[in-house]
Design a protein around this ligand. Sequence first.
Ligand code: ADP
Length: 408
Amino acid sequence: MIEVRNLVKRYGDFEAVRGVSFSVKEGVICGFLGPNGAGKSTTMNIIAGTLAATEGEVTVNGCDIYEDPIGAKSSIGYLPEQPPLYPDMTVEEYLAFVGGARGVADLWGAVDRVMEKTGLTDYADRLIKNLSKGYKQRVGIAQAIIADPKVVILDEPTVGLDPRQIIEIRSLIRELGRDHTVILSSHILGEISEVCDEVIIIAHGEIVAQDTLENLTNRYEGRTIVDLTARGSADTVRRIADSIPQILDREIEQKPGGMVRARLSTDRSTDQETDIRETLFFRFADVRMPILSMSCEETTLEKVFLELTADRPAPAAPEDDTPPADDDSPEAIFAAQAMANVQRNAASPDVPAPGEPAPDEPDAEKNDSPAPSPKESPAPEPSAEAPKKTGKSRDKQSDDDYTPLFGG
Ligand code: ADP
């Protein structure tokens, strides 16, 4: 019913809508969800034919909005964010005025029909300026459907309403969905999930997700995300993540000071234990990567929405001074060996197994211990350059603190 292709809208140098494409099938209530400033109203205005796009194509009910604007607009009823009401007209006068302008054949029949549908019959003679905001919004919806359009576009229809009015307007929108294809823009996920069949999520002028609500819920609800920070290399964490089958998604980032931040998602649909914190603890211990923090949270659609639409990070800073570990680095080799050890559940002659007693000879300890990579070294301190003679070195500290928790 609605096809939008590569839509771009620039206001001067500012690109408010950046190559948006989507389609909405007939009979669907589609939610256009995004935070304020995401580009929702701009997109709605373009589809409704009240704003020219900079680039792109819009087709409504088979009519191109630019080549056949009358054909396209005759299929659309639009309630903009600011309803176009004349406060000094009565409800009935106003609806008759809009219906007349749209060339509705049975004008008074149509006025009666929409007043009934929107619960305005008892307010027909009331001046619009004397209506509550909720009823003004009903008049806005009534004018949008007066010509019985195939498509109804509602831009933030519940903004500024009180909770009861919001419930009433949402139920009215659901009823509209029986006879019309509806696009409803909103910044409230709860509203979209309550009313809509499908959802398009827009942020910073771009579509970031588009699916049925059911699919989005199945995909994101009930996931568990472990967020951890450890000292070591991102490559090692990637290998650990690869070795844990429950992990479906991962974001692993090397941070300054030899730190790694990892967000690892598991899904309850894998039939396996989703709480992987213990497994992670042991795997990190096996490769002697200290975990400095670890937290676990269940995802909800709300959290996913907030994440998808979060403010963009500042432009990428120049690379930090920690070079990414490459596969030939001593640390990577050590990590690979340690992982192999874990898998074989046996100590390698070259690499001390976790919990293997540290050699008595201090020099031997130094030689036998896996060479710490720059990333495993403590953050540089004023005294960091001094030879590791006085006090405990990090490796010694690790050995002392490391207690084997399982045989190996
Ligand atoms: P939303 O409806 O999602 O809140 P809008 O489509 O109204 O977002 O606006 C998207 C972006 O475009 C915002 O940053 C807004 O400030 C900007 N914008 C909207 N209209 C204009 C305009 N006429 N001139 C310049 N910038 C505009």
